[in-house]
Design a protein around this ligand. Structure first.
Ligand code: NDP
Length: 321
């Protein structure tokens, strides 16, 4: 089968993304062929394209989509042709009309969840699930600082955290984004320059128990300075660049702090993790009220990446094949 796809031959800016035609192989044992109806865009796609994370060239970016199963290979029993499915996966290749992939990533969609909603939030909601419940183990009453709080992951963090009784301190770069974060359940919304001073004022001088930071290099020190003694920084992304070499002693001088740099795939590494994590995400789904901030035709993937990297998007972005 011949399909349209977005590919980059060498790493670089959004202009590296070009439309090509590719052949999709029939599914082998354990695989399925999925025709995409909506493709989720994630910041990690820009890391693959720019070379921040390694990619085997030429490469098709994208790690998340929803669609219809067209065919399955030998040994695949949990999905069948005609099923509506969503997936995230460790192997990029989702920016295309259809792909063949390891069927273990595929999850059947219940009738109540539309394809676009699923593609917009599946990877991001699973990320929020592991960050909040299994990595940071947030409890009711904890003060949690969320940076990039009006982004795809950010808005879902605000909704999930407020739902479980945490006090959410949202950090965003504009008043319009601050308003979105508040509408998603954040109790306080601040600008980056308010970290750490206003975070300390809100917490009676103590600092927050937890900072969930996807911005990386630009916010690392301010995030540590926003924490209470023995607080936890979960540094889960590099939207502003990777956190550079760190003086480990900072964790001592700033209050016996903890920090971790987790990834989704380590928390969804076993079938047991996957089953329990995705069940929890489906249970929380009605509370998440997914925000699709922008849709782009698949052919305009470069414009989508440029917007994402210019901080011009809010909520989730989709590519429509
Ligand atoms: P977002 O929709 O959140 O977009 C990124 C946001 O980061 C921007 O909107 C912007 O919000 C903020 N930002 C701050 N500085 C910069 C900068 N220099 N350039 C661009 N953006 C900047 O993206 P996602 O929801 O897809 O991802 C959010 C973060 O979560 C990313 O770092 C991503 O890598 C990470 N992630 C990590 C996972 C993991 O397993 N560890 C899994 C999924 C996502 P503002 O203008 O408000 O600052």
């Amino acid at each position: 089968m011949d399909i349209r796809a977005i590919q980059f031959r060498s790493t670089g800016g959004p202009e590296m993304l070009e439309e090509v035609r590719l052949a999709v192989p029939a599914p082998g044992p354990g695989e399925a062929l999925v025709r995409h109806t909506a493709i989720g865009v994630n910041f990690i796609d820009t890391y693959h394209r720019s070379g921040v994370y390694p990619a085997t060239l030429p490469a098709v970016p994208g790690v998340e989509a929803a669609g219809i199963v067209e065919a399955v290979g030998e040994g695949v029993a949990h999905v069948a042709p005609g099923d509506r499915v969503v997936y995230f996966c460790a192997v990029p290749g989702a920016y295309c009309e259809a792909r063949t992939l390891d069927a273990r990533w595929l999850v059947k969609l219940p009738d109540g969840i539309a394809d676009e909603e699923a593609a917009a939030a599946w990877l991001k909601a699973c990320t929020v699930e592991f960050l909040v419940e299994r990595c940071a183990k947030v409890g009711a009453g904890d003060h949690v600082v969320v940076t990039a709080a009006a982004g795809g992951v950010g808005l879902l963090l605000c909704r999930w955290l407020s739902e479980i009784g945490a006090t959410v301190i949202a950090i965003t770069s504009s008043p319009a984004k601050a308003e979105l974060a508040r509408a998603a359940g954040a109790h306080h919304s601040l600008s980056y320059s308010d970290m750490p001073g206003t975070v300390r004022a809100i917490t009676g001088g103590r600092g927050a128990e937890i900072v969930l930071d996807g911005v990386g290099r630009a916010t690392f020190e301010a995030a540590l300075d926003s924490l209470a003694k023995r607080g936890l920084l979960v540094s889960f992304g590099n939207a502003s660049g990777k956190v550079g070499p760190v003086d480990f002693g900072l964790l001592a001088t700033k209050g016996s702090l903890f920090t971790t740099r987790p990834t989704l795939f380590d928390y969804y590494a076993t079938p047991e993790d996957f089953t329990a994590g995705t069940a929890r995400v489906f249970a929380m789904w009605p509370k998440l009220r997914i925000t699709i901030g922008q849709r782009y035709p698949l052919a305009e993937a470069a414009r989508c990446h440029a917007d994402l990297e210019a901080r011009a998007t809010t909520g989730s972005a989709l590519l429509i094949p």
